[in-house]
Design a protein around this ligand. Structure first.
Ligand code: AMP
Ligand code: ZN
Ligand code: FE
Ligand code: FE
Length: 285
């Protein structure tokens, strides 16, 4: 089967916490023979214009997107991320919301570094900002410096021992409410999609119940195909999509070297996300 029928609708670039620039990411996707990719950087759409340009150059369909973290209390530490696909880059309210989130991210960095300093790690804030460049700064940038300076043995080690929720240097970031996020995406003519539903840590019956409310507030789709989903998870999410009349999405959450082992389009190797999902989305937009 040729790869030109496949897509990746969840990727991160240097505009947030991925390690490939938008242009490099589109080139990679193109060289892998993918037909379309969505760029879904956290809290930003600033990488998308150059990706669109490279897409036109290399004949690759680039879907403008973003990924938003949601303030929502779930049992068992579950968390919700919402993807917005087919975003209008000029949408005013969305741009304002994203700029506010990025400002809050910048304010969080020195707080995390202050705690790390108490733990004996010297990481200057300007070095973090340098690594983040123009991108939305986040914990993976700090983790990379911890690795570089020998304070951690891997990015995962930095998260596990210091940065993850519940660890000593965890500082929560500002998040949007669920309705707020869905509304911002819809006002931007986008399609709101529940990202990597396994992170909600709900059973299928619990998610089934929650989806009624999510659909009510305007959710349009669910990311059934995802790098770490098991066959059973994918099957369960596909059934829920069908039951709730939700669009099906799929992506790898590619981050380059910040998530080693995850390949664009194929995740850990066996993911195949059909272009027909994109056609379905376009039919109902
Ligand atoms: P932040 O945006 O600062 O809250 O950081 C969240 C980012 O860190 C997301 O892209 C996650 O995928 C990433 N992340 C969380 N845990 C890990 C981990 N153990 N290894 C690598 N990346 C992680
Ligand atoms: Zn990320
Ligand atoms: Fe996410
Ligand atoms: Fe992501």
């Amino acid at each position: 089967m040729s790869m030109c029928e496949f897509v990746d609708l969840h990727t991160h670039t240097t505009a947030s916490d991925g390690t490939l620039s938008p242009v490099e990411l589109v080139k990679l996707a193109s060289s892998q023979g993918l037909r379309a990719i969505a760029i879904t950087d956290h809290d930003t759409i600033l990488g998308i214009p150059e990706a669109l340009k490279e897409g036109r150059r290399s004949g690759m369909e680039v879907i403008p997107g973003t990924e938003l973290s949601i303030e929502y209390v779930l049992p068992n530490n579950g968390h919700i991320h919402i993807l917005g696909l087919f975003i209008d880059l000029e949408a005013e309210a969305l741009n304002k919301g994203l700029a506010w989130l990025r400002k809050k991210r910048e304010e969080r960095t020195p707080k995390i570094l202050g705690i790390l300093r108490e733990q004996g790690m010297d990481i200057p804030v300007n070095e973090v900002n340098e690594i983040a460049g123009k991108g939305a700064v986040g914990r993976p940038h700090i983790a990379r410096l911890m690795l570089k300076k020998g304070y951690a043995s891997s990015i995962n080690d930095a998260f596990e021992r210091y940065l993850k929720k519940g660890a000593v240097a965890y500082v929560p970031k500002e998040k949007l409410g669920l309705e707020q996020a869905v509304n911002l995406i819809r006002e931007a003519k986008g399609t709101p999609i529940l990202a990597h539903p396994f992170t909600l840590n709900l059973s299928f019956p619990e998610l089934d119940e929650l989806l009624i409310g999510l659909k009510d507030i305007g959710l349009r789709g669910i990311e059934a195909f995802y790098s770490t989903h098991s066959k059973e998870q994918t099957k369960g999410y596909l059934e829920l999509a069908e039951k709730h009349d939700l669009l099906v999405s799929g992506g790898t959450d590619f981050h380059g070297e910040n998530k080693p082992g995850i390949n664009i389009g194929t995740g850990f190797g066996d993911l195949r996300i059909p272009y027909s999902l994109v056609e379905r989305m376009k039919m109902v937009i």
